[in-house]
Design a protein around this ligand. Structure first.
Ligand code: ZN
Length: 276
């Protein structure tokens, strides 16, 4: 087990950074833990929104499809209490040092892709660009029929003519966030699986490893020989699979990892340029 004091952790940070710097294709799988550090309440666990307000309808998507007009009216005029609290937190949330460290590692050419379970748009705000949002993005809307996405802020919604229709195909438009009972959009799911097969190192940040299909991705990567690095304050279902476990908040740990990665990179390019 990994030490928790920063002094005891330095060798593990070094090992994690080396695995990443030596890898050909690093992918990060991000869970709610990273967003919690930006002040967004988690859904599950102690103090989680669903622990306090109760789990939402497991057939929410099917109910929405059965009466999309009623669903939109409720969204606009009478949202559930958990959603009101969540939206307020999301409006105020800003990227934390963990988000910025991930964006920095992408700029360094080390981190090639982010698969995030978070809908909060904070990776984009921090400057990351190669992102799959497996549960959608709260700032977007999506057509259920053709899958096109629209910026919520620029999409005209007329409360007298609900539900809104897709300008491209006339299909039903809903929030991009994936609801209970709703399949993960196939374009996103395909990319996530491709990335899990492609990577030779996967970084697991703040994810508990219990929500599928995201929770399956580390196993896929592992079965193809990828190294796994976990950054999490707690032990998770995924911990036993991991080569390095860094215990602590990602906002503390990821900037340290990024710093060592940046130091190791010139070393790596020198060793690659050396003729055999
Ligand atoms: Zn459409």
């Amino acid at each position: 087990m990994t030490g928790t004091s920063s002094g005891g952790m330095a060798p593990d940070i070094e090992r994690a950074a080396r695995l990443m710097a030596d890898a050909r294709h690093v992918v990060a799988l991000i869970g709610a833990g990273l967003s919690v550090e930006s002040g967004i309440p988690p859904f599950r666990g102690p103090g989680g929104l669903w622990t306090r307000f109760g789990e939402p309808d497991m057939r929410g998507y099917q109910r929405m499809l059965a009466d999309p007009r009623a669903w939109w009216q409720k969204q606009l005029s009478d949202p559930e209490p958990y959603r009101v609290e969540l939206n307020e937190a999301l409006e105020q949330a800003r990227p934390n040092p963990g988000h910025y460290a991930l964006a920095e590692m992408e700029r360094l050419g080390v981190l090639r892709h982010i698969v995030t379970q978070n809908v909060d748009n904070l990776h984009w705000m921090a400057g990351s660009r190669s992102i799959s949002e497996i549960h959608g993005n709260r700032t977007k809307l999506r057509c259920v029929a053709c899958g096109l996405r629209y910026e919520r802020a620029r999409f005209p919604i007329d409360a007298r003519r609900l539900p809104p229709e897709c300008p491209e195909c006339g299909g039903l438009v809903k929030g991009d966030g994936v609801m209970f009972g709703e399949p993960i959009p196939p374009d996103v799911l395909d990319t996530c699986q491709e990335q899990a097969l492609l990577c030779d190192c996967m970084l697991l940040v703040g994810t508990s490893g219990v929500v599928y299909p995201a929770a399956a991705l580390p196993g896929i990567a592992r079965s193809r020989g990828a190294a796994l690095v976990e950054v999490n304050p707690y032990d998770t279902e995924l911990s036993p699979l991991c080569d390095v476990r860094l215990r602590g908040p990602s906002g503390d740990i990821l900037p340290k990892v990024a710093e060592v990665v940046a130091r190791l990179l010139p070393e790596r390019s020198r060793s690659r340029q050396t003729p055999p």
